[in-house]
Design a protein around this ligand. Structure first.
Ligand SMILES: NC(=O)c1ccc[n+]([C@@H]2O[C@H](COP(=O)([O-])OP(=O)(O)OC[C@H]3O[C@@H](n4cnc5c(N)ncnc54)[C@H](OP(=O)(O)O)[C@@H]3O)[C@@H](O)[C@H]2O)c1
Length: 297
Protein backbone atom coordinates (compact mmCIF):
# COMPACT_ATOMS: atom_id res chain seq x y z
CA UNK A 1 0.00 0.00 0.00
CA UNK A 2 1.31 3.46 -0.91
CA UNK A 3 2.05 6.04 1.79
CA UNK A 4 -0.64 8.22 0.22
CA UNK A 5 -3.46 5.64 0.52
CA UNK A 6 -2.30 4.81 4.04
CA UNK A 7 -2.52 8.45 5.03
CA UNK A 8 -6.10 8.62 3.66
CA UNK A 9 -7.14 5.55 5.63
CA UNK A 10 -5.41 6.84 8.72
CA UNK A 11 -8.21 9.39 9.00
CA UNK A 12 -10.76 6.65 9.71
CA UNK A 13 -10.83 5.03 13.12
CA UNK A 14 -12.39 1.58 13.44
CA UNK A 15 -13.29 -0.50 16.49
CA UNK A 16 -13.41 -4.29 16.20
CA UNK A 17 -15.31 -6.11 18.94
CA UNK A 18 -14.85 -9.89 19.25
CA UNK A 19 -11.52 -11.47 18.36
CA UNK A 20 -12.39 -15.14 18.05
CA UNK A 21 -11.32 -17.34 15.14
CA UNK A 22 -13.05 -15.11 12.59
CA UNK A 23 -12.88 -11.70 14.28
CA UNK A 24 -9.12 -11.86 14.89
CA UNK A 25 -8.48 -12.61 11.20
CA UNK A 26 -10.90 -9.91 9.98
CA UNK A 27 -9.40 -7.31 12.32
CA UNK A 28 -5.90 -8.27 11.14
CA UNK A 29 -6.88 -7.33 7.58
CA UNK A 30 -7.91 -3.84 8.73
CA UNK A 31 -4.61 -3.38 10.54
CA UNK A 32 -2.65 -4.56 7.48
CA UNK A 33 -4.54 -2.04 5.35
CA UNK A 34 -3.40 0.76 7.64
CA UNK A 35 -6.57 1.58 9.56
CA UNK A 36 -6.33 3.01 13.06
CA UNK A 37 -7.85 0.11 15.02
CA UNK A 38 -9.08 -0.25 18.57
CA UNK A 39 -10.13 -3.70 19.70
CA UNK A 40 -12.04 -5.42 22.48
CA UNK A 41 -12.38 -9.07 23.38
CA UNK A 42 -14.02 -10.56 26.49
CA UNK A 43 -10.90 -12.68 27.02
CA UNK A 44 -8.18 -10.00 26.71
CA UNK A 45 -5.31 -12.45 25.98
CA UNK A 46 -6.75 -13.16 22.54
CA UNK A 47 -6.07 -9.53 21.56
CA UNK A 48 -2.30 -9.77 22.19
CA UNK A 49 -1.21 -10.60 18.61
CA UNK A 50 -3.18 -7.64 17.22
CA UNK A 51 -1.92 -5.29 19.93
CA UNK A 52 1.61 -6.44 19.05
CA UNK A 53 0.89 -5.24 15.49
CA UNK A 54 -0.39 -1.82 16.47
CA UNK A 55 -4.04 -2.15 17.60
CA UNK A 56 -5.03 -0.49 20.87
CA UNK A 57 -6.87 -2.73 23.34
CA UNK A 58 -9.68 -1.23 25.41
CA UNK A 59 -11.22 -2.93 28.41
CA UNK A 60 -14.86 -2.56 27.33
CA UNK A 61 -16.78 -2.40 24.04
CA UNK A 62 -17.86 1.10 25.09
CA UNK A 63 -14.27 2.31 25.47
CA UNK A 64 -13.24 0.65 22.19
CA UNK A 65 -16.13 2.29 20.29
CA UNK A 66 -15.50 5.78 21.71
CA UNK A 67 -14.40 8.25 19.04
CA UNK A 68 -14.58 5.66 16.21
CA UNK A 69 -16.10 6.22 12.76
CA UNK A 70 -17.02 2.56 12.27
CA UNK A 71 -17.65 -0.13 14.88
CA UNK A 72 -17.79 -3.80 13.86
CA UNK A 73 -18.94 -6.69 16.06
CA UNK A 74 -18.08 -10.35 15.37
CA UNK A 75 -19.18 -12.47 18.31
CA UNK A 76 -20.73 -15.87 18.88
CA UNK A 77 -24.51 -15.45 19.21
CA UNK A 78 -27.48 -13.22 20.08
CA UNK A 79 -26.58 -13.13 23.79
CA UNK A 80 -22.99 -12.12 23.06
CA UNK A 81 -24.16 -9.43 20.62
CA UNK A 82 -26.57 -8.04 23.23
CA UNK A 83 -23.75 -7.85 25.75
CA UNK A 84 -21.33 -6.25 23.30
CA UNK A 85 -23.71 -3.51 22.13
CA UNK A 86 -26.30 -2.95 24.85
CA UNK A 87 -24.76 -3.77 28.23
CA UNK A 88 -25.84 -0.74 30.27
CA UNK A 89 -22.39 0.07 31.67
CA UNK A 90 -19.95 -1.40 29.17
CA UNK A 91 -21.84 -1.79 25.88
CA UNK A 92 -20.62 -0.19 22.64
CA UNK A 93 -23.85 1.72 21.99
CA UNK A 94 -23.15 4.06 24.89
CA UNK A 95 -19.70 4.82 23.45
CA UNK A 96 -20.76 5.50 19.84
CA UNK A 97 -20.48 9.05 18.59
CA UNK A 98 -23.52 10.38 16.68
CA UNK A 99 -21.77 10.15 13.28
CA UNK A 100 -20.55 6.57 13.77
CA UNK A 101 -21.73 3.61 11.69
CA UNK A 102 -22.38 0.34 13.55
CA UNK A 103 -21.95 -3.01 11.77
CA UNK A 104 -23.07 -6.37 13.17
CA UNK A 105 -21.21 -9.16 11.33
CA UNK A 106 -21.96 -12.10 13.64
CA UNK A 107 -24.40 -14.84 12.56
CA UNK A 108 -27.50 -14.07 14.63
CA UNK A 109 -31.29 -14.25 14.47
CA UNK A 110 -33.02 -11.58 12.39
CA UNK A 111 -35.34 -11.06 15.39
CA UNK A 112 -32.39 -9.94 17.50
CA UNK A 113 -30.88 -7.87 14.69
CA UNK A 114 -34.20 -6.01 14.38
CA UNK A 115 -34.23 -5.33 18.15
CA UNK A 116 -30.67 -4.07 17.96
CA UNK A 117 -31.52 -1.82 15.04
CA UNK A 118 -34.34 -0.28 17.10
CA UNK A 119 -31.87 0.52 19.88
CA UNK A 120 -29.62 2.15 17.26
CA UNK A 121 -32.57 4.04 15.76
CA UNK A 122 -33.49 5.50 19.17
CA UNK A 123 -30.16 7.30 19.02
CA UNK A 124 -30.51 7.94 15.26
CA UNK A 125 -27.35 5.95 14.62
CA UNK A 126 -26.64 4.34 11.26
CA UNK A 127 -26.55 0.54 11.38
CA UNK A 128 -26.32 -2.45 9.01
CA UNK A 129 -26.25 -6.21 9.50
CA UNK A 130 -23.36 -7.64 7.50
CA UNK A 131 -22.79 -11.34 8.22
CA UNK A 132 -20.16 -13.16 6.20
CA UNK A 133 -19.97 -16.37 4.17
CA UNK A 134 -16.62 -18.20 4.21
CA UNK A 135 -14.45 -19.50 6.98
CA UNK A 136 -10.96 -18.97 8.41
CA UNK A 137 -8.85 -19.19 5.19
CA UNK A 138 -11.26 -16.83 3.38
CA UNK A 139 -11.08 -14.39 6.32
CA UNK A 140 -7.27 -14.47 6.19
CA UNK A 141 -7.26 -13.92 2.42
CA UNK A 142 -9.84 -11.11 2.42
CA UNK A 143 -12.23 -13.33 0.44
CA UNK A 144 -15.29 -13.44 2.69
CA UNK A 145 -18.64 -12.73 1.03
CA UNK A 146 -20.80 -10.12 2.76
CA UNK A 147 -24.59 -10.36 2.89
CA UNK A 148 -25.81 -6.94 3.90
CA UNK A 149 -29.13 -5.73 5.29
CA UNK A 150 -29.87 -2.03 5.67
CA UNK A 151 -29.88 1.19 3.71
CA UNK A 152 -27.76 1.24 0.55
CA UNK A 153 -26.51 4.73 1.46
CA UNK A 154 -25.07 3.39 4.71
CA UNK A 155 -23.51 0.41 2.94
CA UNK A 156 -21.84 2.77 0.47
CA UNK A 157 -20.21 4.67 3.34
CA UNK A 158 -18.51 1.49 4.59
CA UNK A 159 -18.02 -0.39 1.31
CA UNK A 160 -14.26 0.25 1.14
CA UNK A 161 -13.80 -1.02 4.69
CA UNK A 162 -15.85 -4.16 4.04
CA UNK A 163 -13.85 -4.83 0.87
CA UNK A 164 -10.68 -4.85 2.96
CA UNK A 165 -12.11 -7.92 4.70
CA UNK A 166 -14.25 -9.46 1.96
CA UNK A 167 -14.07 -10.05 -1.77
CA UNK A 168 -17.75 -9.48 -2.58
CA UNK A 169 -20.78 -7.72 -1.13
CA UNK A 170 -24.44 -8.62 -1.79
CA UNK A 171 -27.05 -6.17 -0.63
CA UNK A 172 -29.91 -8.44 0.49
CA UNK A 173 -32.55 -5.84 1.47
CA UNK A 174 -33.58 -3.92 4.60
CA UNK A 175 -32.16 -4.47 8.13
CA UNK A 176 -32.18 -8.19 8.95
CA UNK A 177 -32.20 -9.34 5.31
CA UNK A 178 -28.44 -10.03 5.34
CA UNK A 179 -28.97 -12.21 8.39
CA UNK A 180 -31.92 -14.09 6.82
CA UNK A 181 -29.78 -14.85 3.75
CA UNK A 182 -26.84 -15.93 5.89
CA UNK A 183 -29.05 -18.44 7.76
CA UNK A 184 -30.34 -19.74 4.40
CA UNK A 185 -26.77 -20.25 3.14
CA UNK A 186 -25.67 -22.04 6.31
CA UNK A 187 -28.79 -24.22 6.35
CA UNK A 188 -28.09 -25.33 2.77
CA UNK A 189 -24.48 -26.06 3.67
CA UNK A 190 -25.31 -27.85 6.94
CA UNK A 191 -27.96 -29.99 5.25
CA UNK A 192 -25.60 -31.01 2.42
CA UNK A 193 -22.75 -31.96 4.73
CA UNK A 194 -25.00 -34.07 6.97
CA UNK A 195 -26.44 -35.75 3.85
CA UNK A 196 -22.92 -36.50 2.59
CA UNK A 197 -22.02 -38.13 5.93
CA UNK A 198 -25.21 -40.19 5.80
CA UNK A 199 -24.64 -41.33 2.19
CA UNK A 200 -21.03 -42.30 2.99
CA UNK A 201 -22.34 -44.41 5.89
CA UNK A 202 -24.16 -46.49 3.27
CA UNK A 203 -21.43 -46.63 0.62
CA UNK A 204 -18.82 -47.62 3.24
CA UNK A 205 -20.96 -50.51 4.47
CA UNK A 206 -21.30 -51.75 0.89
CA UNK A 207 -17.49 -52.04 0.72
CA UNK A 208 -16.71 -48.82 -1.21
CA UNK A 209 -13.91 -46.83 0.47
CA UNK A 210 -14.64 -43.20 1.41
CA UNK A 211 -11.82 -42.09 -0.91
CA UNK A 212 -13.40 -43.88 -3.90
CA UNK A 213 -16.92 -42.75 -3.05
CA UNK A 214 -15.81 -39.13 -2.67
CA UNK A 215 -13.78 -39.21 -5.88
CA UNK A 216 -16.86 -40.38 -7.79
CA UNK A 217 -19.26 -37.99 -6.02
CA UNK A 218 -16.93 -35.05 -6.63
CA UNK A 219 -17.28 -35.43 -10.38
CA UNK A 220 -21.09 -35.41 -10.20
CA UNK A 221 -23.18 -32.30 -10.82
CA UNK A 222 -25.14 -32.98 -7.60
CA UNK A 223 -22.02 -32.25 -5.52
CA UNK A 224 -21.61 -28.53 -4.87
CA UNK A 225 -18.14 -26.92 -4.78
CA UNK A 226 -18.48 -26.46 -1.00
CA UNK A 227 -19.44 -30.10 -0.53
CA UNK A 228 -16.45 -31.20 -2.63
CA UNK A 229 -14.20 -29.31 -0.21
CA UNK A 230 -15.80 -31.03 2.77
CA UNK A 231 -15.64 -34.42 1.00
CA UNK A 232 -11.86 -34.09 0.64
CA UNK A 233 -11.60 -33.42 4.38
CA UNK A 234 -13.76 -36.45 5.22
CA UNK A 235 -11.68 -38.69 2.91
CA UNK A 236 -8.51 -37.45 4.67
CA UNK A 237 -10.21 -37.76 8.11
CA UNK A 238 -9.21 -34.12 8.77
CA UNK A 239 -11.59 -32.63 11.28
CA UNK A 240 -9.65 -29.70 12.84
CA UNK A 241 -12.04 -26.83 13.39
CA UNK A 242 -12.72 -24.18 10.79
CA UNK A 243 -16.51 -23.97 11.06
CA UNK A 244 -17.03 -25.93 14.30
CA UNK A 245 -20.07 -28.19 14.72
CA UNK A 246 -21.16 -26.18 17.81
CA UNK A 247 -21.57 -23.11 15.57
CA UNK A 248 -23.29 -25.14 12.83
CA UNK A 249 -25.78 -26.31 15.48
CA UNK A 250 -26.34 -22.71 16.63
CA UNK A 251 -27.00 -21.62 13.04
CA UNK A 252 -29.33 -24.55 12.26
CA UNK A 253 -31.23 -23.65 15.45
CA UNK A 254 -31.44 -19.98 14.40
CA UNK A 255 -32.62 -21.06 10.94
CA UNK A 256 -35.43 -23.23 12.33
CA UNK A 257 -36.46 -20.54 14.85
CA UNK A 258 -36.48 -17.83 12.17
CA UNK A 259 -38.49 -19.94 9.74
CA UNK A 260 -41.04 -20.66 12.51
CA UNK A 261 -41.32 -16.95 13.26
CA UNK A 262 -41.97 -16.27 9.56
CA UNK A 263 -44.56 -19.07 9.32
CA UNK A 264 -42.40 -21.29 7.09
CA UNK A 265 -41.86 -25.07 7.58
CA UNK A 266 -38.41 -26.63 8.08
CA UNK A 267 -38.85 -30.42 8.24
CA UNK A 268 -35.42 -30.93 6.62
CA UNK A 269 -33.65 -28.31 8.72
CA UNK A 270 -35.17 -29.66 11.95
CA UNK A 271 -34.17 -33.26 11.15
CA UNK A 272 -30.64 -32.19 10.19
CA UNK A 273 -30.27 -30.11 13.33
CA UNK A 274 -30.93 -33.30 15.32
CA UNK A 275 -27.97 -34.90 13.50
CA UNK A 276 -25.64 -32.03 14.57
CA UNK A 277 -26.94 -32.34 18.15
CA UNK A 278 -26.14 -36.03 18.00
CA UNK A 279 -22.60 -35.12 16.87
CA UNK A 280 -22.25 -32.77 19.85
CA UNK A 281 -23.52 -35.45 22.25
CA UNK A 282 -20.94 -37.83 20.79
CA UNK A 283 -18.20 -35.29 21.68
CA UNK A 284 -17.58 -33.86 18.19
CA UNK A 285 -18.80 -30.30 18.91
CA UNK A 286 -15.31 -28.78 18.52
CA UNK A 287 -14.65 -30.55 15.20
CA UNK A 288 -15.04 -28.89 11.84
CA UNK A 289 -18.43 -29.36 10.15
CA UNK A 290 -16.94 -32.34 8.24
CA UNK A 291 -16.81 -34.22 11.57
CA UNK A 292 -20.58 -34.77 11.41
CA UNK A 293 -19.70 -37.68 9.08
CA UNK A 294 -18.42 -39.54 12.18
CA UNK A 295 -22.01 -39.93 13.37
CA UNK A 296 -22.43 -42.42 10.50
CA UNK A 297 -19.13 -44.33 10.99
N1 LIG B 1 -16.07 -20.09 12.10
C1 LIG B 1 -16.62 -19.89 10.93
O1 LIG B 1 -16.33 -20.58 9.95
C2 LIG B 1 -17.62 -18.78 10.73
C3 LIG B 1 -17.86 -18.32 9.43
C4 LIG B 1 -18.76 -17.28 9.23
C5 LIG B 1 -19.42 -16.73 10.31
N2 LIG B 1 -19.19 -17.20 11.58
C6 LIG B 1 -19.92 -16.57 12.69
O2 LIG B 1 -19.07 -15.53 13.18
C7 LIG B 1 -19.22 -15.39 14.61
C8 LIG B 1 -17.87 -15.63 15.28
O3 LIG B 1 -17.42 -16.93 14.96
P1 LIG B 1 -15.98 -17.47 15.36
O4 LIG B 1 -15.70 -18.66 14.52
O5 LIG B 1 -15.01 -16.34 15.41
O6 LIG B 1 -16.30 -17.96 16.85
P2 LIG B 1 -15.32 -18.08 18.11
O7 LIG B 1 -13.92 -18.36 17.68
O8 LIG B 1 -15.98 -19.04 19.03
O9 LIG B 1 -15.32 -16.62 18.77
C9 LIG B 1 -16.47 -16.16 19.42
C10 LIG B 1 -16.24 -14.73 19.86
O10 LIG B 1 -17.40 -14.28 20.59
C11 LIG B 1 -17.00 -13.82 21.88
N3 LIG B 1 -18.08 -14.04 22.84
C12 LIG B 1 -18.77 -15.19 23.05
N4 LIG B 1 -19.69 -14.99 24.03
C13 LIG B 1 -19.56 -13.70 24.43
C14 LIG B 1 -20.23 -12.89 25.38
N5 LIG B 1 -21.24 -13.38 26.11
N6 LIG B 1 -19.85 -11.60 25.51
C15 LIG B 1 -18.84 -11.08 24.76
N7 LIG B 1 -18.16 -11.80 23.83
C16 LIG B 1 -18.53 -13.09 23.67
C17 LIG B 1 -15.76 -14.62 22.18
O11 LIG B 1 -15.03 -14.02 23.24
P3 LIG B 1 -13.98 -14.92 24.10
O12 LIG B 1 -12.71 -14.95 23.32
O13 LIG B 1 -13.89 -14.20 25.38
O14 LIG B 1 -14.60 -16.30 24.27
C18 LIG B 1 -15.06 -14.56 20.82
O15 LIG B 1 -14.47 -13.30 20.63
C19 LIG B 1 -20.30 -16.39 14.99
O16 LIG B 1 -21.56 -15.73 14.99
C20 LIG B 1 -20.23 -17.43 13.88
O17 LIG B 1 -21.44 -18.14 13.73
C21 LIG B 1 -18.28 -18.19 11.80
Amino acid sequence: MSDYSKSVLMGQKIAFLGLGAMGSRMAARLLEAGYDLSVFNRTPDRAAPLVGRGASFEDSPRAAAAGCDIVISMVRDDEASREIWLDPGRGALAGLRDEAIAIESSTLTPAWVEQLSLAMAERQLRFIDAPVVGTRPQAEAGQLIYLVGGEVAVLERVRAVLLTIGGAIHHAGPIGAGTVMKLAVNALFGIQVAALGEALGMTRRSGISDADAIEALSSMPVTSPALKGVGALVAARKFDPMFPIELVDKDMGYYVKTAERLGSNTPTGSAVRAVYRQAIEAGFGGDNIAGVAKVFD
